[in-house]
Ligand binder design. Structure first.
Ligand code: C5P
Length: 405
Protein backbone atom coordinates (compact mmCIF):
# COMPACT_ATOMS: atom_id res chain seq x y z
CA UNK A 1 0.00 0.00 0.00
CA UNK A 2 1.53 3.30 -1.00
CA UNK A 3 0.39 6.51 0.56
CA UNK A 4 1.91 8.35 -2.38
CA UNK A 5 -1.17 7.59 -4.44
CA UNK A 6 -3.33 9.81 -2.27
CA UNK A 7 -0.66 12.26 -1.11
CA UNK A 8 -0.63 16.01 -1.62
CA UNK A 9 2.90 17.23 -2.23
CA UNK A 10 3.95 20.85 -2.23
CA UNK A 11 7.09 21.12 -4.34
CA UNK A 12 9.25 24.21 -3.92
CA UNK A 13 11.67 24.61 -6.80
CA UNK A 14 14.79 26.64 -6.03
CA UNK A 15 17.03 28.37 -8.54
CA UNK A 16 19.75 25.99 -9.61
CA UNK A 17 20.75 24.10 -12.71
CA UNK A 18 19.17 20.97 -11.16
CA UNK A 19 15.73 22.64 -11.47
CA UNK A 20 15.24 20.75 -14.74
CA UNK A 21 15.24 17.50 -12.69
CA UNK A 22 12.35 18.90 -10.64
CA UNK A 23 10.21 18.59 -13.78
CA UNK A 24 11.01 14.88 -13.96
CA UNK A 25 10.18 14.66 -10.24
CA UNK A 26 6.74 16.21 -10.85
CA UNK A 27 6.10 13.71 -13.66
CA UNK A 28 7.04 10.77 -11.43
CA UNK A 29 4.89 12.01 -8.56
CA UNK A 30 1.91 12.49 -10.88
CA UNK A 31 2.46 8.99 -12.32
CA UNK A 32 2.34 7.63 -8.77
CA UNK A 33 -1.04 9.33 -8.28
CA UNK A 34 0.06 12.20 -6.03
CA UNK A 35 -1.40 15.70 -6.30
CA UNK A 36 1.38 18.25 -6.79
CA UNK A 37 1.29 22.00 -6.11
CA UNK A 38 4.37 23.92 -7.20
CA UNK A 39 5.98 27.06 -5.85
CA UNK A 40 8.92 28.46 -7.83
CA UNK A 41 11.41 31.00 -6.55
CA UNK A 42 12.35 33.97 -8.74
CA UNK A 43 15.74 32.35 -9.33
CA UNK A 44 14.14 29.06 -10.42
CA UNK A 45 12.44 30.88 -13.30
CA UNK A 46 15.87 31.50 -14.84
CA UNK A 47 16.28 27.75 -15.29
CA UNK A 48 12.79 26.41 -16.10
CA UNK A 49 9.50 28.06 -16.97
CA UNK A 50 6.44 28.10 -14.71
CA UNK A 51 4.49 26.88 -17.75
CA UNK A 52 6.48 23.61 -17.85
CA UNK A 53 5.86 22.99 -14.14
CA UNK A 54 2.17 23.94 -14.47
CA UNK A 55 1.67 21.63 -17.46
CA UNK A 56 3.26 18.67 -15.69
CA UNK A 57 1.61 19.24 -12.32
CA UNK A 58 -1.77 20.14 -13.88
CA UNK A 59 -1.95 23.00 -11.38
CA UNK A 60 -1.14 26.70 -11.77
CA UNK A 61 2.32 27.44 -10.40
CA UNK A 62 2.62 29.85 -7.47
CA UNK A 63 5.39 32.36 -7.96
CA UNK A 64 4.81 35.49 -5.93
CA UNK A 65 3.97 36.19 -2.31
CA UNK A 66 1.93 39.27 -3.17
CA UNK A 67 -0.25 37.88 -5.95
CA UNK A 68 -3.95 38.63 -5.78
CA UNK A 69 -4.84 35.76 -8.11
CA UNK A 70 -2.81 33.19 -6.19
CA UNK A 71 -4.04 34.37 -2.79
CA UNK A 72 -7.64 34.25 -4.00
CA UNK A 73 -7.17 30.62 -5.06
CA UNK A 74 -5.45 29.55 -1.84
CA UNK A 75 -3.81 31.78 0.77
CA UNK A 76 -0.11 31.11 1.34
CA UNK A 77 -0.70 29.99 4.92
CA UNK A 78 -3.30 27.48 3.79
CA UNK A 79 -0.96 26.39 0.99
CA UNK A 80 1.72 25.63 3.58
CA UNK A 81 -0.66 23.43 5.61
CA UNK A 82 -2.81 21.73 2.98
CA UNK A 83 -0.08 19.39 1.76
CA UNK A 84 1.07 16.15 3.38
CA UNK A 85 4.72 16.97 2.79
CA UNK A 86 6.77 19.88 1.46
CA UNK A 87 9.64 18.96 -0.85
CA UNK A 88 12.34 21.51 -1.69
CA UNK A 89 14.13 20.45 -4.89
CA UNK A 90 16.59 21.76 -5.72
CA UNK A 91 17.35 23.19 -2.28
CA UNK A 92 20.02 25.76 -3.08
CA UNK A 93 22.59 27.10 -0.61
CA UNK A 94 20.66 30.37 -0.52
CA UNK A 95 17.29 28.72 0.14
CA UNK A 96 18.81 26.49 2.85
CA UNK A 97 20.42 29.56 4.49
CA UNK A 98 17.18 31.53 4.45
CA UNK A 99 15.22 28.56 5.84
CA UNK A 100 17.75 27.91 8.59
CA UNK A 101 17.49 31.53 9.68
CA UNK A 102 13.72 31.77 9.52
CA UNK A 103 13.61 34.35 6.75
CA UNK A 104 10.29 34.87 5.02
CA UNK A 105 11.12 37.21 2.17
CA UNK A 106 9.41 35.37 -0.69
CA UNK A 107 6.58 32.88 -1.16
CA UNK A 108 8.88 29.83 -0.82
CA UNK A 109 10.41 30.83 2.51
CA UNK A 110 7.14 32.21 3.90
CA UNK A 111 5.47 28.89 3.12
CA UNK A 112 8.33 26.97 4.71
CA UNK A 113 8.24 29.09 7.86
CA UNK A 114 4.46 28.83 8.19
CA UNK A 115 4.13 25.09 7.64
CA UNK A 116 3.21 22.50 10.22
CA UNK A 117 4.19 19.67 7.87
CA UNK A 118 7.45 17.81 7.42
CA UNK A 119 9.93 19.24 4.94
CA UNK A 120 12.21 17.15 2.73
CA UNK A 121 15.15 18.90 1.10
CA UNK A 122 17.10 17.75 -1.95
CA UNK A 123 20.18 20.00 -1.84
CA UNK A 124 21.99 20.92 -5.04
CA UNK A 125 24.96 23.25 -5.23
CA UNK A 126 28.62 23.49 -6.04
CA UNK A 127 30.77 21.16 -3.96
CA UNK A 128 32.63 24.05 -2.23
CA UNK A 129 29.33 25.68 -1.34
CA UNK A 130 28.04 22.38 0.09
CA UNK A 131 31.19 21.91 2.16
CA UNK A 132 31.42 25.56 3.25
CA UNK A 133 31.12 26.14 6.99
CA UNK A 134 27.95 28.30 6.81
CA UNK A 135 26.16 25.62 4.76
CA UNK A 136 27.32 22.90 7.21
CA UNK A 137 25.87 24.98 10.06
CA UNK A 138 22.61 25.66 8.21
CA UNK A 139 22.10 22.00 7.29
CA UNK A 140 22.77 20.95 10.90
CA UNK A 141 20.27 23.57 12.13
CA UNK A 142 17.58 22.37 9.74
CA UNK A 143 18.20 18.71 10.56
CA UNK A 144 17.90 19.64 14.24
CA UNK A 145 14.59 21.34 13.46
CA UNK A 146 13.33 18.06 11.99
CA UNK A 147 13.91 18.64 8.27
CA UNK A 148 14.67 15.55 6.19
CA UNK A 149 17.37 15.39 3.54
CA UNK A 150 17.89 13.30 0.41
CA UNK A 151 21.32 13.59 -1.22
CA UNK A 152 23.27 15.40 -2.44
CA UNK A 153 25.01 12.82 -4.61
CA UNK A 154 28.67 12.83 -5.42
CA UNK A 155 29.87 13.20 -8.99
CA UNK A 156 30.84 15.51 -11.81
CA UNK A 157 29.02 18.82 -11.51
CA UNK A 158 27.69 21.23 -14.10
CA UNK A 159 30.34 23.74 -12.96
CA UNK A 160 33.13 21.29 -13.86
CA UNK A 161 34.09 20.33 -10.30
CA UNK A 162 33.72 16.91 -8.69
CA UNK A 163 32.32 15.98 -5.27
CA UNK A 164 29.11 16.07 -3.23
CA UNK A 165 26.58 18.61 -4.45
CA UNK A 166 24.60 17.00 -7.28
CA UNK A 167 20.90 16.85 -6.57
CA UNK A 168 19.62 13.32 -5.84
CA UNK A 169 18.00 11.68 -8.85
CA UNK A 170 14.20 12.06 -9.10
CA UNK A 171 13.69 8.32 -8.42
CA UNK A 172 15.66 8.62 -5.17
CA UNK A 173 13.67 11.72 -4.19
CA UNK A 174 10.41 9.82 -4.83
CA UNK A 175 11.69 7.01 -2.58
CA UNK A 176 12.55 9.53 0.14
CA UNK A 177 9.08 11.10 -0.21
CA UNK A 178 7.49 7.69 0.11
CA UNK A 179 9.52 7.00 3.25
CA UNK A 180 8.67 10.40 4.74
CA UNK A 181 4.96 9.74 4.19
CA UNK A 182 5.02 6.25 5.69
CA UNK A 183 4.33 6.33 9.40
CA UNK A 184 6.82 4.37 11.52
CA UNK A 185 5.82 0.74 11.87
CA UNK A 186 4.22 -0.03 15.24
CA UNK A 187 6.20 -2.47 17.34
CA UNK A 188 4.43 -5.04 19.50
CA UNK A 189 7.27 -7.56 19.61
CA UNK A 190 7.02 -9.70 22.72
CA UNK A 191 3.38 -8.71 23.36
CA UNK A 192 0.42 -11.07 23.34
CA UNK A 193 -2.68 -9.76 21.61
CA UNK A 194 -6.01 -11.60 21.88
CA UNK A 195 -8.74 -10.72 19.39
CA UNK A 196 -12.31 -11.98 19.20
CA UNK A 197 -13.86 -11.82 15.75
CA UNK A 198 -16.89 -12.77 13.70
CA UNK A 199 -20.35 -13.72 14.90
CA UNK A 200 -21.32 -16.36 17.40
CA UNK A 201 -24.03 -18.84 16.54
CA UNK A 202 -26.46 -20.11 19.15
CA UNK A 203 -28.12 -23.44 18.33
CA UNK A 204 -31.89 -23.80 18.33
CA UNK A 205 -31.65 -27.46 17.42
CA UNK A 206 -28.98 -29.48 15.58
CA UNK A 207 -29.73 -27.74 12.25
CA UNK A 208 -30.93 -24.23 13.15
CA UNK A 209 -29.29 -21.36 14.95
CA UNK A 210 -29.50 -17.67 15.94
CA UNK A 211 -26.71 -15.48 14.62
CA UNK A 212 -25.89 -12.12 12.99
CA UNK A 213 -24.30 -10.69 9.85
CA UNK A 214 -20.78 -10.08 11.18
CA UNK A 215 -18.19 -11.02 8.53
CA UNK A 216 -15.18 -11.02 10.87
CA UNK A 217 -13.29 -8.72 8.48
CA UNK A 218 -12.53 -6.05 11.06
CA UNK A 219 -11.44 -8.46 13.80
CA UNK A 220 -9.33 -10.54 11.43
CA UNK A 221 -7.70 -7.35 10.08
CA UNK A 222 -6.80 -6.36 13.65
CA UNK A 223 -5.23 -9.77 14.24
CA UNK A 224 -3.27 -9.38 10.97
CA UNK A 225 -2.11 -5.86 11.90
CA UNK A 226 -0.98 -7.06 15.34
CA UNK A 227 0.96 -9.91 13.70
CA UNK A 228 2.52 -7.39 11.34
CA UNK A 229 3.63 -5.38 14.37
CA UNK A 230 5.43 -8.47 15.69
CA UNK A 231 2.92 -9.50 18.36
CA UNK A 232 2.01 -13.05 19.33
CA UNK A 233 -1.66 -13.25 18.37
CA UNK A 234 -4.51 -15.44 19.52
CA UNK A 235 -7.59 -15.00 17.34
CA UNK A 236 -10.83 -16.41 18.69
CA UNK A 237 -13.21 -16.56 15.78
CA UNK A 238 -16.83 -17.43 15.32
CA UNK A 239 -17.84 -19.05 12.00
CA UNK A 240 -16.69 -16.79 9.13
CA UNK A 241 -16.08 -17.19 5.42
CA UNK A 242 -12.65 -15.55 5.45
CA UNK A 243 -9.23 -17.12 5.91
CA UNK A 244 -7.31 -17.36 9.16
CA UNK A 245 -4.48 -14.80 9.29
CA UNK A 246 -1.16 -16.61 8.80
CA UNK A 247 0.92 -16.80 11.94
CA UNK A 248 -1.92 -16.41 14.45
CA UNK A 249 -3.05 -19.09 16.86
CA UNK A 250 -6.69 -19.37 15.80
CA UNK A 251 -9.34 -20.89 18.04
CA UNK A 252 -12.53 -21.59 16.12
CA UNK A 253 -15.67 -21.42 18.22
CA UNK A 254 -19.39 -21.31 17.62
CA UNK A 255 -21.23 -20.15 20.71
CA UNK A 256 -20.68 -17.19 23.04
CA UNK A 257 -20.03 -19.63 25.89
CA UNK A 258 -17.24 -21.27 23.88
CA UNK A 259 -15.84 -17.84 22.94
CA UNK A 260 -15.87 -16.87 26.62
CA UNK A 261 -13.92 -19.91 27.77
CA UNK A 262 -11.46 -19.56 24.87
CA UNK A 263 -10.89 -15.89 25.82
CA UNK A 264 -10.29 -16.73 29.47
CA UNK A 265 -8.05 -19.61 28.45
CA UNK A 266 -5.98 -17.31 26.20
CA UNK A 267 -4.91 -15.09 29.10
CA UNK A 268 -2.48 -13.69 30.11
CA UNK A 269 -2.46 -11.08 27.36
CA UNK A 270 -1.20 -7.53 27.01
CA UNK A 271 -3.98 -6.37 24.71
CA UNK A 272 -7.52 -7.70 24.34
CA UNK A 273 -9.66 -6.58 21.42
CA UNK A 274 -13.31 -7.66 21.44
CA UNK A 275 -14.29 -7.23 17.82
CA UNK A 276 -16.71 -10.16 17.73
CA UNK A 277 -20.42 -9.60 17.33
CA UNK A 278 -21.40 -11.84 20.21
CA UNK A 279 -25.03 -12.93 20.28
CA UNK A 280 -26.59 -11.17 23.23
CA UNK A 281 -28.88 -14.10 23.85
CA UNK A 282 -28.90 -17.85 23.40
CA UNK A 283 -31.70 -20.31 23.30
CA UNK A 284 -32.47 -21.35 26.88
CA UNK A 285 -32.94 -25.01 26.03
CA UNK A 286 -31.65 -25.99 22.59
CA UNK A 287 -33.31 -29.19 21.42
CA UNK A 288 -31.25 -32.31 20.93
CA UNK A 289 -33.25 -33.26 17.83
CA UNK A 290 -34.59 -31.23 14.91
CA UNK A 291 -37.86 -29.49 15.81
CA UNK A 292 -40.47 -30.96 13.51
CA UNK A 293 -43.19 -28.91 11.83
CA UNK A 294 -46.57 -30.50 12.48
CA UNK A 295 -49.69 -29.60 10.50
CA UNK A 296 -51.98 -27.47 12.63
CA UNK A 297 -49.56 -27.26 15.57
CA UNK A 298 -48.56 -23.88 17.05
CA UNK A 299 -45.14 -22.43 16.18
CA UNK A 300 -42.51 -23.35 18.78
CA UNK A 301 -41.84 -20.84 21.50
CA UNK A 302 -38.11 -20.08 21.84
CA UNK A 303 -37.13 -18.83 25.29
CA UNK A 304 -33.88 -16.83 25.35
CA UNK A 305 -31.34 -16.27 28.10
CA UNK A 306 -28.58 -13.67 28.15
CA UNK A 307 -25.08 -14.67 27.10
CA UNK A 308 -22.03 -13.86 29.24
CA UNK A 309 -20.45 -10.51 28.36
CA UNK A 310 -16.94 -11.52 27.32
CA UNK A 311 -15.58 -7.98 27.07
CA UNK A 312 -16.84 -6.97 30.49
CA UNK A 313 -15.59 -10.19 32.05
CA UNK A 314 -12.07 -9.74 30.63
CA UNK A 315 -11.95 -6.02 31.47
CA UNK A 316 -12.91 -6.66 35.08
CA UNK A 317 -10.42 -9.44 35.83
CA UNK A 318 -8.61 -8.63 39.02
CA UNK A 319 -5.23 -10.28 38.61
CA UNK A 320 -4.66 -10.78 34.91
CA UNK A 321 -6.58 -7.93 33.26
CA UNK A 322 -4.81 -7.13 29.97
CA UNK A 323 -3.18 -3.69 30.04
CA UNK A 324 -5.29 -2.48 27.11
CA UNK A 325 -8.87 -3.68 26.63
CA UNK A 326 -10.75 -2.50 23.55
CA UNK A 327 -14.41 -2.99 22.73
CA UNK A 328 -16.52 -2.18 19.70
CA UNK A 329 -19.83 -0.42 19.61
CA UNK A 330 -22.02 -0.95 16.60
CA UNK A 331 -24.78 1.61 16.92
CA UNK A 332 -27.34 3.04 14.56
CA UNK A 333 -27.66 6.41 16.31
CA UNK A 334 -25.90 8.62 18.92
CA UNK A 335 -22.76 6.62 18.21
CA UNK A 336 -20.22 8.52 20.30
CA UNK A 337 -22.59 9.14 23.20
CA UNK A 338 -23.42 5.44 23.41
CA UNK A 339 -19.76 4.51 23.06
CA UNK A 340 -18.91 6.68 26.07
CA UNK A 341 -21.57 4.91 28.12
CA UNK A 342 -20.19 1.56 26.93
CA UNK A 343 -16.68 2.50 28.11
CA UNK A 344 -17.95 2.78 31.65
CA UNK A 345 -20.37 -0.14 31.52
CA UNK A 346 -17.81 -2.57 30.12
CA UNK A 347 -14.77 -1.20 31.94
CA UNK A 348 -12.62 -1.04 28.82
CA UNK A 349 -9.97 1.51 27.84
CA UNK A 350 -11.19 2.26 24.33
CA UNK A 351 -14.37 1.78 22.39
CA UNK A 352 -14.21 1.75 18.62
CA UNK A 353 -17.58 3.20 17.74
CA UNK A 354 -19.13 2.73 14.34
CA UNK A 355 -22.45 3.62 12.89
CA UNK A 356 -23.93 0.54 11.27
CA UNK A 357 -27.18 2.17 10.17
CA UNK A 358 -28.69 0.55 7.10
CA UNK A 359 -27.34 1.64 3.74
CA UNK A 360 -23.88 2.57 5.03
CA UNK A 361 -22.39 -0.76 3.97
CA UNK A 362 -20.34 -1.15 7.15
CA UNK A 363 -21.58 -4.58 8.23
CA UNK A 364 -19.77 -7.07 6.01
CA UNK A 365 -18.34 -4.27 3.85
CA UNK A 366 -14.69 -3.48 3.08
CA UNK A 367 -14.66 -0.05 4.72
CA UNK A 368 -15.33 1.31 8.14
CA UNK A 369 -15.82 4.79 9.56
CA UNK A 370 -15.15 4.89 13.26
CA UNK A 371 -14.54 7.10 16.24
CA UNK A 372 -11.97 5.94 18.79
CA UNK A 373 -13.43 6.83 22.16
CA UNK A 374 -11.50 6.83 25.43
CA UNK A 375 -12.26 8.55 28.72
CA UNK A 376 -9.93 11.38 27.77
CA UNK A 377 -10.57 11.78 24.08
CA UNK A 378 -12.67 11.16 20.96
CA UNK A 379 -10.85 10.74 17.63
CA UNK A 380 -13.01 10.72 14.51
CA UNK A 381 -11.29 8.74 11.77
CA UNK A 382 -12.44 9.30 8.19
CA UNK A 383 -13.93 6.42 6.21
CA UNK A 384 -11.11 3.99 5.37
CA UNK A 385 -10.57 0.30 4.75
CA UNK A 386 -10.97 -2.08 7.68
CA UNK A 387 -7.27 -2.95 7.24
CA UNK A 388 -6.38 0.74 7.67
CA UNK A 389 -8.59 1.01 10.80
CA UNK A 390 -6.80 -2.07 12.13
CA UNK A 391 -3.34 -0.60 11.47
CA UNK A 392 -4.26 2.67 13.14
CA UNK A 393 -5.71 0.89 16.16
CA UNK A 394 -2.61 -1.26 16.52
CA UNK A 395 -0.44 1.86 16.18
CA UNK A 396 -2.38 3.44 19.08
CA UNK A 397 -1.86 0.27 21.14
CA UNK A 398 1.85 0.15 20.29
CA UNK A 399 2.25 3.79 21.34
CA UNK A 400 0.55 3.06 24.65
CA UNK A 401 2.28 -0.20 25.37
CA UNK A 402 5.67 1.40 24.63
CA UNK A 403 5.12 4.11 27.19
CA UNK A 404 3.74 1.85 29.87
CA UNK A 405 6.19 0.40 32.41
O1 C5P B 1 -23.11 -4.49 24.48
P1 C5P B 1 -22.70 -4.54 23.07
O2 C5P B 1 -23.01 -5.87 22.42
O3 C5P B 1 -23.17 -3.40 22.23
O4 C5P B 1 -21.11 -4.40 23.14
C1 C5P B 1 -20.30 -4.59 22.06
C2 C5P B 1 -18.91 -4.93 22.53
O5 C5P B 1 -18.95 -5.88 23.56
C3 C5P B 1 -18.10 -5.58 21.43
O6 C5P B 1 -16.76 -5.26 21.66
C4 C5P B 1 -18.37 -7.06 21.64
O7 C5P B 1 -17.32 -7.85 21.12
C5 C5P B 1 -18.43 -7.15 23.15
N1 C5P B 1 -19.35 -8.17 23.65
C6 C5P B 1 -18.84 -9.28 24.28
N2 C5P B 1 -19.69 -10.22 24.80
C7 C5P B 1 -21.02 -10.07 24.68
C8 C5P B 1 -21.55 -8.94 24.04
C9 C5P B 1 -20.70 -8.02 23.54
O8 C5P B 1 -17.60 -9.43 24.37
N3 C5P B 1 -21.81 -10.99 25.18
Amino acid sequence: MTRLASAKILLIIGGGIAAYKALELIRRLKDAGAAVEVVMTEAAKHFITPLSAASLSANPVREALFSLDDEARMGHIELSRSSDLIVVAPATADLIARMANGLANDLATTTLLATDKRVLLAPAMNVRMWLAAPTRRNVATLAGDGALFVGPDEGAMACGEFGPGRMAEPAAIVDAIHKALTPPKPNLAGRHVVVTSGPTIEPIDPVRFLSNRSSGRQGHAIAAAALDAGAKVTLISGPVAIEDPKGARVIHVETAAQMMSAAEGALPADIFVAAAAVSDWRIAAPRGAKIKKKAGAAAPHLALVENPDILRAIASRAKDRPKIVIGFAAETENTVENAKKKLGAKGCDFVVANNVAEGRGIFGGADNEVALVSVADVQHWPRMSKEEVARKLIAVCAGLSDSSP
